[in-house]
Design a protein around this ligand. Structure first.
Ligand SMILES: Cc1ncc(COP(=O)(O)OP(=O)(O)O)c(N)n1
Ligand SMILES: Cc1nc(C(=O)O)sc1CCOP(=O)(O)O
Ligand SMILES: [Mg+2]
Length: 208
């Protein structure tokens, strides 16, 4: 069985957000079960992304948690992160694998079985699959694929499938039943009144 964490916290560094506070709270509860994916806005400079990713990498190391960097693989390499995540507008999966090396964790976004199989063949070690539900955290996405779409992708691959898009802790049982290994969230943790408590609800649902 894969040792990849089942709860993926994707950072939100939009104005008014405090990504490091959310990461600290989530790590204190989920510990090594947490994967933090450092995702920054397009307006964020590489220097700012580097500073955030460096801090997150240090925090994750204290808990033996995994730190990934979204899109900006040079930042992942520069801070010594565990790997990265790429989608359709980023480096192709094979190129990303070549950049990160064979030992890195490499996630790829997939919405259908055929692209999922291609991504795994090109070197993806897990897949981010969605959006399973409507989300307010990313614009311009195709319609949600639901649990049925997730099931079709999960049945086609043997790497961990991480469900993404409008996921709450209450959704976890259905998503696991559809083949999800874990979930990736922004709002459910970053916009929670109590991120530590919200993390605990996810951990319980993912590990029971
Ligand atoms: C776990 C996970 N799944 C999917 C995505 C989306 O990646 P991408 O399609 O490249 O979109 P951006 O996040 O870069 O806007 C993800 N980041 N993580
Ligand atoms: C970054 C991202 N990618 C998605 C995809 O479907 O590819 S959905 C998404 C946003 C997920 O945030 P929330 O948990 O707040 O819905
Ligand atoms: Mg991307």
């Amino acid at each position: 069985m894969s040792s990849l964490g089942r709860l993926h916290l994707i950072t939100d560094n939009r104005p008014g957000q405090d990504p490091l506070a959310v990461v600290r709270a989530a790590l204190s509860v989920a510990r090594a079960e947490l994967v933090v994916q450092v995702r920054v806005t397009d307006e964020t400079t590489d220097r700012q992304a580097y500073d955030l990713a460096r801090r997150v990498t240090v925090l994750c190391a204290r808990y033996d948690a995994t730190c990934l960097v979204n899109d900006r693989l040079h930042v992942a390499l520069a801070v010594g992160a565990d790997g990265g995540h790429v989608g359709a507008d980023d480096l192709p999966v094979g190129a990303a694998r070549a950049v990160l090396g064979s030992a890195a964790v490499l996630g790829a976004t997939a919405r259908e079985a055929d692209t999922a199989v291609e991504a795994v063949a090109a070197g993806a070690s897990y897949l981010g699959v969605g959006s399973v539900h409507p989300t307010t955290s990313k614009e311009g996405l195709p319609p949600p694929i639901g649990a049925a779409g997730l099931r079709a992708v999960a049945a086609a691959v043997s790497v961990p499938v991480i469900a993404i898009g409008g996921v709450t802790a209450a959704d976890v049982p259905d998503l696991r039943a559809a083949g999800a290994y874990g979930v990736a969230v922004i709002a459910a943790l970053s916009h929670a009144a109590d991120p530590a408590r919200a993390t605990a609800a996810f951990v319980e649902a993912l590990t029971c």
